[in-house]
Write a protein that binds this ligand. Structure first.
Ligand SMILES: [Zn+2]
Length: 639
C-alpha cells in the first residue's frame, strides 16, 4: 500500500510541478495563448513576451487565441478559461504566475486602458516582466533597444512555480520629466526626437512596473482658495504678524490657518460634494498645504506647536527659506487628524511633510493609517554627510511612529543637471530605511533622463520598486554585468564618479550658495565649477579601457559607446557653462553663437541616441546661461 501511495504522490507532484520547455535548441516548442477577446493590456503583455523571447534566441513564438490553440506546451496570458484564475478577484495589479507540466499561466488583475498609461492596472503585464527577469535574466538598463539586456540562449525553460505576486507599493512613481519647456527650444529635441524619447521611456517605465493600484491625487490643495473665499472667510487663512489675514502681498502665496475647525469641516464638505459628482479620487482627501511654509501666527495655531527640536534648522543653508522659521509640524499633524476625524470611514487624508513641518512632530501626537503623509523635504540633497543622512532618516521614522502611513515624495532626482552626478548608495539606503518603516508608495519628482551619465543611479531607483531589499552593490553589479567583459571597468568608472560626487559635497554647497544656484532649476550656472576640464581625463581613460575589453562584443561595445557619448556631452556642457554662466558671462551674441555651435551640433547628431533628455537641459540652461535670440528658434531650423 505504502509504495503505491508514494508513487501516486510522485506522479501527482510531477504533473503539477515541472519545468516547461518553451524553446529547445533554437526551435519553438510553445505557443502564446490569449483569450478570444484580449484586453489591450493582455495583447501588449503577449507581444512583450514574444519580443523578448525573440531577442533571446531569435525564435518568434506564435500568438494565438484560446479556441485555436492546439495541444502542446502553451503560455496562457491573461484571463484564459484554461487558467481558472478569476482575475477580477485578485488584489489590484497582482498576478498569478503558475508553471505546470505543459503550461505556463500568467494572469493578473488588469484595467481596460492603454497599457503604457501608468493609470492602467496591468497585473498580467507585471507577471510577464517578472517571468522575463527571473527565467530569462532580462534587465532594462535604460530606455530603448540598446538598454534592453536579454542574455542570448538557444533553449528557454519556464521553471516550475505557483505564486501570486502583488506590488509592494500601491503607487510606484517617478514623474517622467517629459513636459519640460524652454524659451530656447533649439537646445532641446526636435519634435520627432522628443516623441521617440518619450515613447521609449514610457515603455521602460512600465517594464519597471511604474503605475498604481487605484487613483490617488493630491498636491498643493488651497492655491485658489484666497481668491474664492478670502473675502467671506479670511479666518481660514494665515494670520500675519500684524494680525492681518491672507497673502503677504497681492497675488502672493499663502498658507492656511490650519487650526481652524471650520476650515477642516469645509475641506471635508467640498470633498464630499465632489465625490458625489463622481470624482474618481474618491478615497483620498487632499490636505497638502500650499507651496509655502506654514506661516499662520494666530494663537490657536501656535498653541498646537510642539517644542522645536535642537537640530531643527541644522541642515538647511542660511539662505534657505527655512532660516528663522517656526517649527510647526504638530499643528499640521493636528490639522490632518482633525479632517480625518470628520471624514467618513475609509477616507484617507493626504498631507505633505514639507518646509517647516517636515521634521517629525514632538508633541507625542498619535495619527492613524487613514492619514497618508508625503515625505517631502525642502533640503537634504544628495550626497549628504553621515550626520545629515541619519537626520533625514530620523524624520521619516518620527513621522512613521505617529501611526500615519508614509510615501516618498522627494525632489532630489531633479539634481545634477546632465553631469556624472551619482549617489546610488545613499539613495538606496534611504529607500531601504523607508521600506523597513512602512513606506506604501512613491512619487519622486522627477526623472531627468540623463541615462548615459547617471545610469546606475536611475536604474537603481527604478529597480528598487520591485526588488526593495536588493543592496546597492547587487543592483550595480546587475547593471554592469550587461557590459559583458567590460563590467569591471564600467564598475570602476561609475564608482569613480560616485566617489567624486561624494567628495564634492562641500564644494557643491558653497559654490551653489556663491553663484546663487538652485539644485533643481539652474545647475548649469555652476556645472563648470564642480566639473572642471581636468576631472574628465581619468574617467575618459577608464572608458577607453572598457571599450578595448569588449572590442569583440558588438552589443557591449555599443553600450560602452553610449557611456562615452554621455561623458563627451557632459564635458561639452561644463565647458559651455564656464563661458556662458549667468554668474559672470560677458559673451557677445556673436560669441554665444560660436560657443554653442559645437554643443548644438552634438545634440542634433545624437538626439536619437537616448543619452539624455535634451528638453530638460534646455529648460535648465535657459535660466543658467547667457543666451541670445538664435536658440529661440525651433531645433528643426537651428543651427
Ligand atoms: Zn491659525
Amino acid at each position: 500500500m505504502l509504495p503505491r501511495l508514494i508513487f501516486t504522490f510522485l506522479l501527482l507532484s510531477s504533473s503539477l510541478w515541472a519545468d516547461v520547455t518553451l524553446v529547445r535548441d533554437g526551435k519553438a516548442q510553445a505557443v502564446i495563448v490569449t483569450p478570444e477577446k484580449p484586453t489591450r493590456v493582455v495583447s501588449y503583455a503577449a507581444a512583450e513576451l514574444a519580443r523578448h523571447v525573440e531577442k533571446a534566441c531569435g525564435v518568434k513564438l506564435e500568438i494565438v487565441s484560446e479556441s485555436t490553440a492546439k495541444s502542446g506546451p502553451r503560455i496562457f496570458i491573461g484571463p484564459c478559461r484554461e487558467s481558472g484564475v478569476d482575475t477580477e478577484k485578485l488584489a489590484p495589479e497582482s498576478c498569478v504566475l503558475r508553471v505546470t507540466d505543459a503550461a505556463v499561466f500568467i494572469a493578473g488583475n488588469d484595467g481596460g486602458g492603454d497599457p503604457l498609461d501608468t493609470d492602467t492596472r496591468a497585473g498580467t503585464l507585471w507577471g510577464v516582466y517578472e517571468w522575463l527577469e527571473r527565467d530569462l535574466g532580462v534587465r532594462w538598463l535604460w530606455p530603448g533597444e540598446l538598454g534592453t539586456h536579454v542574455p542570448k540562449t538557444v533553449t528557454i525553460i519556464a521553471k516550475s512555480r505557483d505564486e501570486t505576486i502583488e506590488p509592494r507599493f500601491f503607487r510606484r512613481h517617478i514623474r517622467p520629466g517629459l513636459g519640460f519647456e524652454s524659451e530656447h527650444p533649439a537646445l532641446g529635441f526636435t519634435k520627432q526626437a522628443a516623441e521617440q524619447f518619450a515613447k521609449e521611456q514610457s515603455v521602460f517605465m512600465r517594464r519597471h512596473r511604474m503605475g498604481r493600484s487605484y487613483p490617488v491625487s493630491y498636491g498643493h490643495a488651497f492655491t485658489d482658495w484666497w481668491e474664492k473665499d478670502g473675502k467671506e472667510h479670511p479666518e481660514w487663512f494665515q494670520m500675519l504678524d500684524g494680525g492681518k489675514r491672507g497673502p503677504k502681498k497681492k497675488d502672493g502665496r499663502f498658507s492656511m490657518c490650519v487650526s481652524n475647525a471650520e476650515l477642516q469641516r469645509e475641506i471635508v464638505k467640498r470633498w464630499t460634494e465632489k465625490r458625489g459628482a463622481g470624482n474618481t479620487n474618491s478615497c483620498f482627501i487632499n490636505a497638502c498645504e500650499n507651496d509655502i511654509l506654514g506661516l499662520c501666527a494666530c494663537e490657536n495655531c501656535r498653541a498646537l506647536d510642539g517644542p522645536a527640536p535642537a537640530d531643527y534648522l541644522t541642515y538647511y543653508p542660511p539662505t534657505s527659506k527655512m532660516a528663522g522659521s517656526r517649527f510647526v509640524s504638530d499643528r499640521y499633524a493636528q490639522f490632518w487628524l482633525g479632517i480625518q476625524k470628520q471624514a467618513p470611514a475609509g477616507a484617507t487624508v493626504v498631507g505633505y511633510a514639507y518646509f517647516n513641518y517636515f521634521s517629525a512632530p514632538t508633541s507625542g501626537i498619535k495619527l492613524n493609517s487613514n492619514i497618508l503623509i508625503g515625505y517631502c523635504p525642502s533640503a537634504g540633497w544628495f550626497p549628504r554627510s553621515e550626520a545629515e543622512h541619519a537626520w533625514m532618516k530620523q524624520q521619516w521614522t518620527g513621522w512613521r511612529e505617529t501611526g500615519a502611513r508614509l510615501f516618498m515624495r522627494t525632489n532630489h532626482l531633479l539634481d545634477g543637471y546632465c553631469m556624472p552626478f551619482l549617489f546610488t548608495r545613499q539613495f538606496t539606503d534611504e529607500f531601504h530605511h523607508a521600506v523597513k518603516h512602512g513606506m506604501v508608495a512613491t512619487d519622486y519628482d522627477s526623472l531627468t533622463g540623463h541615462w548615459a551619465t547617471q545610469g546606475p543611479c536611475l536604474y537603481t531607483a527604478f529597480r528598487l520598486h520591485t526588488r526593495p531589499e536588493a543592496s546597492a552593490d547587487e543592483l550595480l553589479a546587475e547593471y554592469c554585468a550587461a557590459f559583458g567583459k567590460a563590467a569591471p571597468q564600467v564598475r570602476l568608472y561609475f564608482d569613480h564618479w560616485e566617489a567624486y560626487t561624494t567628495q564634492s559635497r562641500e564644494k557643491l554647497a558653497t559654490t551653489m550658495e556663491t553663484l546663487q544656484t538652485s539644485r533643481w532649476r539652474n545647475w548649469a550656472k555652476a556645472a563648470h565649477a564642480i566639473y572642471p576640464p581636468e576631472c574628465f581625463k581619468a574617467p575618459e581613460k577608464m572608458l577607453e579601457a572598457a571599450a578595448k575589453a569588449v572590442a569583440d562584443d558588438a552589443e557591449a561595445a555599443a553600450r560602452v559607446k553610449f557611456l562615452q557619448l554621455g561623458l563627451q556631452h557632459a564635458k561639452l556642457c561644463a565647458r559651455v557653462s564656464a563661458q556662458l554662466t549667468l554668474a559672470d558671462s560677458t559673451a557677445s551674441n556673436e560669441e554665444i553663437k560660436r560657443i554653442l555651435g559645437e554643443l548644438l551640433a552634438f545634440r542634433r547628431a545624437h538626439e536619437r541616441s537616448g543619452i539624455s533628455n535634451f528638453n530638460h537641459l534646455a529648460w535648465v540652461e535657459d535660466l543658467s546661461w547667457k543666451l541670445s535670440e538664435e536658440t529661440k528658434q525651433t531645433p528643426d531650423l537651428y543651427p
